[in-house]
Ligand binder design. Structure first.
Ligand SMILES: [Fe+2]
Length: 377
């Protein structure tokens, strides 16, 4: 054992509690740590589904004080984070719960960092030379299965002024505990199930092909891909299958753990630009890019493909293609303006995720991949 990938650090800072019906254990986590003032960060959709009520009732029965911020939108903006900070600042929570999809959990991470440092502007905080105070401790309760944000310390926040998606992260931004209850995903509609499932798959795929991959990240990413292959179609078609939902929730967590350690690749480097410019759903943007980027990378990774085919049954590329037959993507037009393309290409090449892509593209190759993946107007 003397290859570079045989040497690695692997830290999973987040405790994971996993299982159907387990969501109330977030309250037990709070009680056992003697937190008293709980800030809940979520979305209006989650409020309307009544998913917050059960948790708040239990917290009240334990005499905990609660304040909620539910204005998180998809692709949360810098202003969302400042707004959440202002909403919770006076309450002075000693812990937070992020309840929702990746947007709610990413917002929780950044709001908790802002609260701990009494700074409304997360960019200003991120750019400070001195090390910030650690986050207000927080718990992640995901209601989708894709983001991986429940077990990693990265948050992606949109800056609409520059059309950028900012990746902000440090080990202090990891959730204390992720309470992963697949029952919370049972009501996800088919398209959202598909897009979030593809996001989970793309994390595992990019982590597996990352230039920094190692044996442990491979174990996590291969298992995550296997779970998506096994259960994405079932979860899309029979949303109430708790077995399929459980597989996808686990795939999300495993993919998140893998990507946190070895990074991602060109799918994410390019898709963040699409969402930054057009607010496109992250999973949809990834879905468009997955096959073109995989085909582009293929020539650089024959040994990695061989390894995958030894672990997963069947031809890997055929299996990925069949994933994209589950849902007709043609009804989701994603248009890119020709005039935005040069800036998007520039930013994709410089994006942190591109650094670990197994093949380093030049500008014309990235432009070609955008053209293959999206409608250019
Ligand atoms: Fe992602």
């Amino acid at each position: 054992m003397n290859r570079k990938e045989d040497y690695f650090d692997f830290i999973l800072p987040t405790k994971v509690k996993f299982g159907p019906g387990l969501r109330s254990q977030v309250v037990e986590e709070i009680v056992s740590r003697d937190f008293q003032r709980v800030g809940i960060v979520t979305t209006e959709d989650i409020l309307e589904l009544g998913l917050v009520e059960g948790i708040t009732e239990q917290l009240k029965s334990e005499d905990k004080k609660i304040e909620s911020f539910s204005n998180v939108t998809s692709n949360p903006h810098l202003s969302t984070i400042s707004e959440g900070f202002e909403a919770l600042r006076g309450f002075q929570p000693d812990c937070l719960i992020g309840l929702g999809g990746g947007s709610a959990i990413d917002a929780t991470k950044t709001i908790s960092l802002c609260l701990a440092n009494d700074e409304a502007n997360i960019v200003r905080l991120d750019e400070r030379e001195e090390r910030p105070n650690p986050c207000v401790p927080f718990f992640a309760v995901p209601t989708t299965s894709g983001t991986g944000s429940e077990v990693d310390y990265w948050a992606v926040i949109s800056d609409p002024n520059s059309n950028r998606k900012l990746s902000i992260g440090s080990p202090e931004m990891a959730p204390l505990t992720a309470v992963i209850d697949p029952e919370l995903t049972l009501t996800l509609p088919p398209d959202l199930t598909f897009f979030t499932g593809i996001d989970a798959f793309s994390h595992a795929l990019e982590a597996f092909f990352s230039s920094k991959n190692n044996e442990l990240s491979d174990i996590l990413s291969i298992k995550a891909m296997e779970l998506v292959f096994r259960s994405l179609e079932k979860a899309v078609e029979s949303g109430d299958s708790i077995t399929a939902r459980g597989d996808l929730s686990l795939a999300s967590a495993l993919g998140g753990a893998a990507m946190q350690h070895v990074g991602l690749g060109l799918i994410h480097a390019m898709s963040h630009q699409v969402s930054g410019f057009y607010d496109t759903n992250h999973g949809l943007a990834n879905a468009r890019l997955t096959l073109p980027v995989l085909n582009y990378n293929e020539v650089e990774v024959p040994e990695r493909l061989e390894k995958l085919e030894g672990r997963l049954e069947g031809n890997f590329l055929d299996k990925v293609e069949s994933l994209f037959e589950i849902r007709d993507l043609s009804k989701y037009r994603v248009e890119i303006n020709e005039e935005d393309l040069p800036k998007m290409v520039d930013r994709a090449i410089k994006n942190v995720n591109a650094e670990t892509n197994p093949r380093q593209p030049d500008r014309s190759e990235v432009k070609k991949l955008y053209r293959e993946s999206f409608t250019i107007e």
